[in-house]
Ligand binder design. Structure first.
Ligand SMILES: [Zn+2]
Length: 345
C-alpha cells in the first residue's frame, strides 16, 4: 500500500480494519458475541442494533484518498417510532476527513436536536469486514463525549464476514485526567532540572496563544526532545473553530526540525487547576510516541501540573486506550520515513 494511503487510513475511525462493500454473508443472522450479550440484555435494543448494522452496509461514504469506508448507523426512538440514521466518512485535500462517528451524530442532531441526541442516542454501530480492537480517533472521542450521554453509550461493530456483533462501552475509551497516576519530580523519567525547564516553558507559553473564544481552560504544552531541545506552544482558537491544540503545536515544531523523538511533554492550565488534555491532542501524542516505539525508545512521558508543585504522569498509550497510528498500519513506512528524515547536523 502506498505510504499516502496508509497515512490516510490511520486517520479513519477504526473500529474496523477494512470495510469493503459486497462481502457480507446475506443469509447469516447478526448475533452478539458471548462477551457482548452481557452488555445488551434488552431484546428491543438488540433488534435496533441488528437493524442498524443492516442499514449501515448501505451508508454513503467518500473516502477518496484511503478508500477505507467507515459506515455507521444508529436507531433513534422518538414518539414511538424507530428511525435509522446513517453516517459515513468523507475525505478531502491534505488529507482531512469527516469521520463516520461525527457524521452520524451530526445527522442525529440535525434531525432531532441536541437534547434528543444526548438522551436517545444509545449506540453507534459500524458495519465492517473485520472488527479490530481500535476505538475512535481522539477527535471523535472528544465529540462523542460532548454530544452524547457518553457514560452509557455503546459502541457496536458488526463483522460482515460472519455477522458476529461486538459491543463495548464507549466509556472504556476514556481516561480522565484525575486517573493519571500521581508523580513526584524524583520519580519521573526526566530529571528534576529538566522538569523545571519544561514547567517554566509551558507556563510562559500559556501567557500567549489565542483565546478569543476560549473563555476558560487555556492550556499550554512544552516538550523535551531526545536531542535536548525544548519546544512549546499554547492553544489557539479562531473564527472557524479550527482550534490548534498545544501538544499538536509542539509536535509540529519538533517535526519541522526533523527532531522526531521526544522524551516528555508537560501540559499546564490555570494555576491551581489540572489542565484538560483533549483526546484529539492525545491522538497527536500517541502518533508521535509510536515513532519512539518503532525506534526502540521509551514512550513519551505525558506529564500534567497544577502549577502548585503537584504532578501526574502517564503515557499517551495509557491515556488513549485502544488507539491507532500510522505505525499500526504501515510500520515499515514509518521506519523508512524516520530513516530518510534525519535531523540536520
Ligand atoms: Zn474519528
Amino acid at each position: 500500500m502506498p505510504r499516502l494511503l496508509a497515512a490516510a487510513a490511520a486517520i479513519l475511525s477504526a473500529l474496523l480494519a477494512v470495510s469493503l462493500a459486497g462481502q457480507s454473508s446475506p443469509n447469516a443472522a447478526w448475533h452478539l458475541t458471548p462477551q457482548s450479550e452481557a452488555l445488551v440484555h434488552d431484546p428491543a435494543l438488540r433488534a435496533q442494533i441488528f437493524r442498524s448494522l443492516t442499514a449501515a452496509e448501505n451508508a454513503g461514504t467518500d473516502p477518496s484518498i484511503s478508500h477505507f469506508k467507515v459506515r455507521a448507523a444508529t436507531v433513534i426512538v422518538k414518539d414511538g417510532n424507530e428511525d435509522v440514521v446513517l453516517g459515513g466518512n468523507t475525505e478531502y485535500a491534505v488529507p482531512e476527513a469527516i469521520h463516520g462517528e461525527t457524521s452520524l451524530i451530526n445527522h442525529v442532531t440535525a434531525l432531532y436536536g441536541a437534547e434528543t441526541t444526548r438522551r436517545a442516542l444509545r449506540f453507534v454501530a459500524f458495519f465492517s469486514q473485520r472488527c479490530g480492537a481500535s476505538g475512535s480517533c481522539g477527535d471523535c472521542r472528544d465529540y462523542q463525549k460532548a454530544a452524547t450521554d457518553y457514560n452509557h453509550l455503546l459502541v457496536v461493530c458488526g463483522q460482515s464476514s460472519d455477522h458476529s456483533v461486538r459491543v463495548t462501552r464507549f466509556r472504556d475509551q476514556l481516561v480522565d485526567e484525575d486517573k493519571f497516576p500521581s508523580a513526584s519530580p524524583d520519580t519521573l523519567s526526566i530529571t528534576p532540572a529538566e522538569l523545571t525547564r519544561l514547567l517554566l516553558a509551558a507556563q510562559d507559553a500559556r501567557m500567549g496563544g489565542v483565546t478569543l473564544f476560549t473563555f476558560s481552560n487555556q492550556v499550554a504544552a512544552a516538550a523535551l526532545s531526545c536531542s535536548g531541545k525544548i519546544y512549546r506552544a499554547a492553544g489557539a482558537d479562531d473564527a472557524a473553530f479550527h482550534y490548534r491544540y498545544p501538544i499538536g503545536g509542539v509536535l509540529q515544531q519538533a517535526a519541522t526540525e526533523r527532531d522526531y523523538f521526544l522524551r516528555a511533554i508537560l501540559v499546564v492550565g490555570e494555576k491551581g487547576h489540572w489542565p484538560v488534555v483533549h483526546y484529539r491532542d492525545r491522538q497527536y501524542g500517541y502518533e508521535s510516541s509510536s515513532f519512539n516505539r518503532e525506534a526502540g525508545k521509551p514512550p513519551i512521558a505525558l506529564i500534567i501540573s497544577d502549577g502548585l508543585g503537584n504532578y501526574r504522569a502517564t503515557t499517551f498509550e495509557a491515556a488513549l486506550p485502544n488507539a491507532f497510528s500510522t505505525a499500526d498500519f504501515m510500520p515499515q513506512a514509518v521506519r523508512d520515513f524516520l530513516r530518510t528524515h534525519q535531523p540536520a547536523q
